[in-house]
Unconditional design. Structure first.
Length: 187
């Protein structure tokens, strides 16, 4: 049975939506629909954090360069950011506790040199205009598997002059969250 440019295979009722495209225009339409589906799925995957281009995230992080007043999370003081290594590394100095953000090709990773003496290493998990999130993939110098260690770091960009650092950690199997507020210092 034929329905315009579409034909319905034998044995399929007209109320069912299984059609076979039979002419050139129909085949072009099918290709266009497939291409639209692929583009939609690839945009959805990127929005959900995969695949991520670390260069975009690193460019956003480099805008942190300078000095910031720090409060919250039991901390007060100054946090500084500076770019080094030919523009491929960003060093965050949070009152003596360092986090090194590293761009390796299109991969963005960090190593957090915790005041507790361990060094969780994390990779980019999600990226948007307002948030960059990292998740731990391994850790060095952990004294015991149940010892305190940071497992995630989120940078939430509230404005060009206001950023929240959200540290998620675990100790003795219990999760904890520490939020540090940064406000850009003006000279």
């Amino acid at each position: 049975m034929s329905k315009g440019n579409l034909s319905v295979p034998e044995g399929v009722g007209s109320h069912q939506t299984v059609y076979v495209l039979t002419n050139r225009k129909g085949k072009m339409l099918a290709k266009a629909i497939c291409l639209a589906a692929v583009l939609t799925l690839s945009q959805t995957a990127t929005a959900q954090g995969q695949p991520l281009d670390g260069r975009t995230g690193f460019d956003r992080l480099k805008r942190l360069t300078g000095s910031w007043s720090m409060s919250g999370g039991g901390s007060r003081g100054v946090t500084t950011y500076r770019v080094t290594d030919g523009g491929k590394t960003l060093i965050q100095d949070e009152a003596g506790q360092l986090t090194i953000f590293k761009l390796d090709g299109d991969k963005l990773t960090l190593t957090h040199y915790c005041a507790r003496g361990n060094q969780p290493r994390m990779r980019l998990e999600t990226l948007s205009d307002s948030k960059i999130a990292f998740t731990m993939y391994d850790i060095t110098n952990l004294s015991h598997p149940r010892a305190y260690h940071t497992t995630n770091l989120e940078l939430v960009f509230l404005s060009d002059d206001r950023v929240d650092l959200i540290y998620r950690a675990t100790a003795a199997g219990r999760p904890s969250t520490q939020v540090v507020q940064l406000t850009r210092r003006r000279s």
